[in-house]
Design a protein around this ligand. Structure first.
Ligand code: DP6
Length: 345
């Protein structure tokens, strides 16, 4: 019997403040983006690896999701592993049994590609490290491999904050992989992100299709330029800890993203009536209380409520009393900025 070894990696989701929306070539971004790495929404991925006994042995022997066979996910993983095999030479000689599970319910409407693809990429790079007898894991390579699975996953590899995409004002920034971005004021380092679930349904238009629709969007070039300019402004907001300017930036970006969807051809909307009601309630609460609470959206109807940890007790009451009644099922997933992937085994 061939010797089996295994690695297990836990990797979190992330929430973009400057949005990646539009790509070209092989998973290259049209503009630079910034996200906070989260901590509570994560994927655990176990990879058991052993030397192939013959050239007919499959590279992916088995894929389990939440402990069960899942054909749709297995196909995706097999296709992904094939697509990266030239960059990961050990895949010619080893077979993998992969098993993956999420900390959040699969049907919660929360995108899992960032956590799942980054957990898989971390595991693969760790195996490469083990087989080469190296000490250090190559995080840039992990980020590159994660990007090839899902663009936003490239940013989940790093703690706290991450930039993906070449930007003239950000040293070492690159389209190929994300980088750790750490010129961040302490107020943001434990920022909260409570996700109000508006819908648990699968999105009518996938992110993949949404990115593709940017190709013929008449506003696309202005949007890409806007995102890059906004990242320049965000850099100083992050450094100085200007939470009010941060609120404006986060909301402007979320609405620009959804504006692009509404201006695509064909046009579409992912916001639901409850999304808009929650947004309005957050804005009027902020006006009334002057507390630095704001929202962002990913490519879906759920609302991410962002605020500093110091006001978390007031905000918990506001969410309970005023936001959850507006949501359709009264569900909230509480998350916060976190420290990136960890090795479980
Ligand atoms: C709106 O990374 O999910 O969340 O590269 O096709 O997998 P693919 O797309 P994906 O797009 C994320 C879009 C976004 C913004 C962001 O995370 O930057």
């Amino acid at each position: 019997m061939q010797k089996e070894r295994k690695v297990i990696w836990r990797s979190p989701s992330n929430i973009a403040i400057i949005k990646y929306w539009g790509k070209h070539g092989v998973q290259l971004p049209r503009n630079a983006s910034f996200s906070f790495t989260l901590s509570e929404a994560y994927t655990d991925t176990e990879i058991v690896f052993k030397a192939k006994t013959g050239s007919d042995d499959p590279t992916v022997e088995q894929f389990l999701f939440e402990g069960e066979e899942n054909l749709k996910f297995a196909e995706k993983v097999i296709k992904y592993i094939e697509s990266i095999s030239s960059r990961v030479p050990f895949l010619d000689e080893y077979s993998l049994s992969i098993s993956s599970s999420n900390s959040f319910p699969h049907s919660s409407g929360i995108a899992s590609s960032a956590s799942s693809m980054s957990a898989l990429a971390m595991g693969l790079c760790d195996i490469e490290r083990i087989l080469a007898g190296r000490e250090d894991l190559d995080y840039f390579k992990a980020s590159e491999l994660a990007r090839l699975g899902s663009g936003s996953a490239s940013r989940s590899v790093f703690p706290i904050g991450s930039v993906w995409g070449l930007h003239p004002k950000i040293e070492r920034s690159s389209d190929i992989h994300a980088i750790k971005y750490d010129q961040i004021h302490p107020v943001f380092k434990n920022y909260r992100d409570d996700i109000i679930i508006v819908s648990e349904k699968e999105k009518a238009v996938s992110s993949r299709a949404g990115h593709a629709l940017m190709e013929n969007n008449p506003y696309a070039d202005d949007r890409f330029a806007q995102a890059n300019q906004r990242l320049t402004s965000l850099v100083s907001i992050l450094e100085t800890g200007d939470v009010d300017a941060f609120c404006k930036m986060a909301e402007d970006e979320a609405l620009a993203l959804h504006g692009m969807m509404m201006c695509s051809n064909p046009s579409y909307m992912l916001m639901e009536p409850a999304t808009v009601s929650i947004i309005k309630a957050i804005r009027s609460y902020r006006k009334k209380t002057r507390l630095p609470i704001c929202f962002t959206l990913d490519a879906g109807p759920n609302v991410h409520v962002l605020y500093p940890e110091t006001i978390s007790s007031e905000i918990a009451l506001f969410i309970e009393d005023e936001l959850l009644p507006l949501s359709n099922g009264g569900k909230v997933l509480k998350d916060k900025v976190g420290n990136g992937p960890t090795k479980i085994k």
